[in-house]
Write a new protein. Structure first.
Length: 153
């Protein structure tokens, strides 16, 4: 018997919205002992994911890119783009400024091996389960997959 996303997903998902403040995310993660949350619009469509990793990035020390000067011209030796992205994330006040907008989702009929492969390949800890309109139905975490493996031998 093939186990599907709908069989193991958590259906009552805690979510946040783009305008919510980052402190709310931190409180929810701690209170519910979870490591990430889907970000949805008011209709329940998935817009992104915010995780402990995003909050940790916010706390990291950022360093200006190394540069050199020749005849008055400045040459950057490292990416200015990455510096400004890191700076923006460090000063983020709301979810939209900090969330990962590249989100990988599956449908309710996705098989557990497919979900596991996606998690490993993309280095993610959770996958939102969505309908054809990208509305959130549930979420599958690594722990859900481990539980399913133990229960089904």
């Amino acid at each position: 018997m093939t186990i599907l996303a709908r069989d193991i997903m958590t259906k009552e998902v805690i979510t946040v919205h783009p305008g919510d403040d980052v402190e709310k995310v931190a409180r929810l993660l701690i209170e519910h002992n979870i490591s990430g949350l889907p970000v949805t619009d008011l209709e329940g469509k998935v817009l992104g994911v915010i995780s402990e990793g995003d909050l940790v990035i916010r706390e990291k020390e950022i360093k200006a890119p190394a540069y050199g000067e020749i005849l008055g011209a400045v040459f950057y030796l490292e990416s200015q783009k990455k510096f400004f992205e890191d700076l923006k994330r460090t000063i983020a006040r709301n979810v939209e400024e900090l969330m990962s907008k590249k989100v990988y989702t599956v449908g309710p009929e996705a098989a557990v091996p497919e979900i596991s492969a996606l998690m490993v390949k993309k280095g993610i800890n959770r996958v939102p389960v969505v309908d054809k309109d990208n509305k959130l139905l549930g979420i599958v975490s690594r722990q859900d997959i481990i539980k399913a493996a133990v229960q089904n031998g």
